[in-house]
Design a protein around this ligand. Structure first.
Ligand code: C2E
Ligand code: CA
Ligand code: CA
Ligand code: CA
Length: 281
């Protein structure tokens, strides 16, 4: 036991050190990465499953980092890091600009209008220039209301909730639609839900995972969907991978589904092909 214990400590120390080194490196590399366009925006479709045959209704923009030395880095690594180091707003502005440009390009070149949601970090919500920047981005690209959707994670509402609710209200007033991301993972009270200005609830992926493992979790998922219905907002399920999950979620009254079952997140050019094959009627 003793041997194991010391061994674990050693491993822990090493990996902690490695982790810090990696993080330091990523922070240092950020400015050049942004300049050299190492960040790439992928798109994953969302399907409306209310009609008999599911219809693609929008897409989510997800960032990837093609690091010249480290290869492809997952946002799960660098997003939390950049949130803690004052870099996230710069990165998100880049992603939003790329996404807005794509929406415009698809309209002009392909004649397809597909709303795209972008992730807005909890940290971005405190940027004084946020509302103006987003408004200008839409103006510059000739986007109409609802063409650029904003995913704001539930945890954003827990800090200074009054300030966040006010920001969300302003954004909606100028035409943005807001989806609450990772719903159920945080602490928004039911009481708060009834006053929140939001346009869709996106269930935390973990609920879907659990619901197909444990009976009691299935009931929890059903309750969450009922809850959304009470507040008359559409429910989005993400991380949906199988036909069985799609059928069950549909049965429970889930409105929109995103996940590997329909498609993994795709690079812009590949998504374009997917879109042409699945173009909304
Ligand atoms: P999220 O916003 O909750 O995004 C959903 C994540 O689930 C994405 O991971 C997506 O690729 C993954 N996913 C989708 N369908 C499936 C599925 O069927 N099965 C499984 N196992 N996974 C699925 P990704 O792209 O690695 O992003 C991770 C997180 O990083 C995102 O979670 C979001 O919080 C953050 N993120 C990604 N792009 C951005 C961005 O541009 N800005 C900000 N602020 N955050 C971002
Ligand atoms: Ca999201
Ligand atoms: Ca999510
Ligand atoms: Ca429903």
């Amino acid at each position: 036991v003793k041997g194991n214990f010391t061994k674990n400590i050693a491993v822990y120390d090493d990996s902690l050190h490695d982790r810090e080194m990696l993080e330091q490196q990523l922070i240092e590399d950020f400015p050049a990465a942004l300049r050299e366009k190492q960040f790439d925006v992928y798109f994953q479709p969302k399907f409306d499953v209310r009609p008999e045959k599911p219809v693609m209704c929008s897409a989510e923009a997800l960032v990837r980092w093609k690091h010249p030395k480290l290869g492809m880095i997952s946002p799960g690594i660098f997003i939390p890091l950049f949130e803690n180091n004052g870099l996230i707003f710069q990165l998100d502005c880049y992603v939003w600009t790329e996404a807005a440009g794509r929406i415009r390009d698809w309209k002009e070149r392909l004649g397809i209008t597909l709303p795209v949601s972008v992730n807005v970090s909890r940290v971005d919500m405190y940027e004084p220039g946020l509302v103006d920047l987003l408004r200008e981005l839409c103006e510059q690209n000739g986007l109409h209301d609802g063409e650029l959707l904003l995913e704001v994670t539930e945890s954003a509402y827990t800090g200074n909730s009054e300030q966040i609710v006010e920001k969300v209200r302003q954004l909606r007033e100028i035409g943005f639609r807001i989806e609450m991301d990772d719903f159920g993972s945080g602490y928004s009270s039911l009481n708060m839900l009834s006053t929140l200005p939001i346009d869709a609830l996106k269930l935390d992926m973990q609920f879907i995972r659990n619901a197909f493992k444990e009976k009691k979790d299935t009931r929890l998922l059903e309750m969450m969907i009922r809850l959304a219905e009470t507040f008359r907002v559409p429910v989005i399920a993400e991380g949906v991978e199988t036909a069985e999950q799609v059928a069950a979620l549909k049965e429970m009254g889930c409105d929109i589904i995103q996940g590997y079952y329909f498609s993994r997140p795709l690079p812009g050019a590949d998504f374009e092909t997917f879109m042409l094959e699945n173009r909304p009627a």
